[in-house]
Ligand binder design. Structure first.
Ligand code: ADP
Length: 291
């Protein structure tokens, strides 16, 4: 009898805990929504005055208010650079909060990843050249198309390219390589079912660098907002720690995945996989050739 009573008691305790957990979960979701709204509002409010700070510094540099002395020009240029940095941070915060609350506008169309990669590469090429890092793009002309927002996809690869260059010493290389791959679509674990499962066509892009690499234990964490491997105040690379969290959410908004692998003997490889837009339709070679 005692036994049953104690079971009943612990069951009651369990249901209470369960109810409390459910409540906490709902509360958490409410808080998440509030946080997103707060971020969106505050980024907007910060951006407006900053735009005018930038505008006026530009006019000062342009000599509209009269010729500046050497030191005056130096100071205004510092104001400009720092304001620019702040604006980038605010735009990233705004981006992230929109992505988190699912209110980001996507203009989807059939996209040739080869073209997106070529554009992203030409955006970051000046930085690579300046640093002495070799940048290459390799995309076969017959890749299937991807259904997505070309601007947003370019943002993904510009970001990964910028990081790769930033963490690679002079003399190193950054390669962006695209290929087609087939993965099994989500199916039950039942043996035999796999044979009937349709193969999902994916486009895989690997952004590989020969830089400092990312320790295995850090590879999931770097996608968290504000996470940086080197958290010391003496860190030599700038940045906000928001880039990769935006990359991840953008890729996921395209029903894709992103993960990190190691690169032998040194470096990191960011692997982005995006579903092809029409698995069965043969892609037109002429339309997406990038060489
Ligand atoms: P940020 O570059 O502004 O710090 P990110 O979100 O883009 O922010 O990256 C987060 C962190 O991930 C970086 O601070 C760095 O520690 C690590 N990281 C990102 N890309 C690379 C890379 N290609 N090689 C080595 N470390 C990287």
């Amino acid at each position: 009898k005692m036994h049953i009573a104690s079971i009943r008691e612990s069951y009651r305790e369990l249901s209470e805990k369960n109810a409390a957990l459910e409540q906490a979960y709902e509360r958490q979701q409410e808080l998440d929504k509030l946080k997103s709204n707060f971020l969106a509002t505050i980024s907007h409010e910060l951006r407006t005055p900053l735009t005018s700070i930038l505008g006026y510094s530009e006019m000062l540099v342009g000599g509209i208010a009269g010729e500046l002395t050497g030191p005056q020009l130096d100071f205004v240029q510092i104001i400009q650079a720092k304001s620019d940095q702040l604006l980038k941070l605010i735009m990233s915060l705004l981006d992230l909060s929109k992505l988190e609350s699912g209110t980001v506008m996507m203009r989807r169309s059939d996209v040739a990843i080869g073209v997106v990669l070529a554009e992203a590469a030409s955006t970051v090429a000046p930085v690579a050249t300046k640093k002495g890092v070799t940048l290459t793009v390799d995309a076969p002309g017959d890749l299937p198309l991807v259904l997505g927002d070309p601007e947003r996809l370019r943002q993904v690869f510009v970001n990964l390219g910028e990081n790769a260059i930033k963490f690679t010493p002079p003399g190193g290389t950054v390669q962006m390589v695209a290929r087609q791959m087939a993965t099994e679509a989500d199916v039950s674990d039942e043996p035999g079912m796999v044979l009937l499962a349709p193969l999902r066509q994916m486009v895989e892009v690997r952004v590989a660098d020969t830089g400092i690499g990312i320790p295995e234990a850090e590879r999931d964490k770097v996608f968290d907002p504000f996470y940086q491997v080197d958290q010391s105040s003496t860190r030599e690379h700038g940045g906000t720690g928001l880039g990769l969290s935006i990359v991840k959410r953008l890729v996921e908004a395209h029903h894709g995945t992103v993960h990190i692998e190691g690169h032998e003997p040194t470096g990191a490889v960011f692997v982005v996989r995006l579903p092809a837009s029409r698995p069965s339709a043969p892609p037109s070679k002429a339309a997406i050739s990038v060489r």
